[in-house]
Design a protein around this ligand. Structure first.
Ligand SMILES: [Zn+2]
Length: 295
């Protein structure tokens, strides 16, 4: 599932081959080929949380247009070289950027829109975002202030709230809560400032470790040479409900937690339940699957 690290890795891969390059065509599902962009250059590629922004313009000028992409739950990216067949059926395409060397295709995206670059600064879904946890510098004071300004909820929803800090998805949410020993249903009013800061700092640390070309893992710091091999364990709790905790052996619990009702896994021993009773209707043991995402 795309989380903040996925999008930063995508941008890192796209920059060397697209940035500064002229495009032959930009095709969008809802507009067809955009004549105004033929021959324009890709001027910059940036990321805000799970949002990818590709700016187009004339050489040596600021971008005039920006393609705004959010992969959502099902969105994917594929690069198709001349002569290669697409790996996904073309009817799933939402945007195609064609250059002399390849076709760069986004499929089944949640958001794929082309806007005047100036409009991006006023875009409501971008304006509400908190600091990007993978930005070179992060103001954790701002993260904490945003965490305290939101409506009280639980710790799981807090981490997924892109308005507090952006980039965390369902995988890092469960892993961070486990590593910090916080039960997912702990009310945010019961979390100290220090705990909130530790949660978001932990998320940044884990995501930064996973910006290489390997499959995401939180178990250890890896490099290109020590990347997880197929079948290697990769997570402490994510996707492991019903299996023993890697630290204490207690069987992990899983369920849909919080207003977002996203699948969450936790260890009942390492992450003690909060003092107030957990409403049983909101925690369905061993349920699987996901419902909706927060952008
Ligand atoms: Zn445990």
């Amino acid at each position: 599932m795309p989380e903040g690290d996925t999008i930063h890795k995508l941008a890192r891969g796209l920059r060397p081959e697209l940035q500064g390059q002229p495009i032959e065509t930009l095709w969008l599902r809802d507009r067809g080929e955009v004549d105004a962009l033929a021959g324009r250059h890709v001027r910059e590629i940036s990321v805000l949380g799970k949002h990818l922004l590709i700016g187009f313009g004339r050489p040596e000028s600021r971008p005039a247009f920006a393609l705004h992409v959010h992969l959502g739950m099902k969105g994917r990216f594929q690069r198709i070289r001349p002569g290669e067949p697409p790996r996904r059926p073309p009817w799933q395409d939402t945007a195609r950027i064609t250059t002399a060397s390849a076709r760069h295709v986004f499929t089944r995206t949640a958001i794929c829109e082309l806007l005047p670059a100036a409009a991006m600064a006023e875009h409501p879904s971008l304006l509400r975002l908190g600091p990007d946890l993978l930005a070179p510098e992060v103001s954790f004071d701002r993260v904490l202030a945003r965490a305290r300004r939101r409506e009280p909820g639980n710790a799981a929803d807090l981490l997924l709230d892109q308005g507090v800090a952006c980039g965390i998805g369902n995988v890092y949410k469960s892993e961070v809560l486990f590593l910090m020993g916080v039960h997912p249903e702990t009310p945010t009013t019961a979390l100290s400032d220090a705990t909130i800061l530790s949660l978001f700092r932990c998320a940044r640390r884990l995501m930064r470790r996973n910006l290489g070309g390997w499959r995401r893992t939180t178990l250890r710091r890896v490099t290109e040479d020590t990347r997880p091999r197929p079948g290697d364990p990769r997570f402490f709790v994510y996707g492991r409900a019903g299996r023993p905790c890697r630290r204490c052996g207690t069987l992990l619990r899983g369920g849909r937690v919080g207003d977002a009702a996203r699948t969450t896994t936790w260890c009942p021993t390492c992450q003690p339940a909060p003092p107030s009773p957990v409403a049983p209707a909101r925690v369905a043991a061993r349920s699987v699957g996901v419902s909706r995402t927060r952008r």
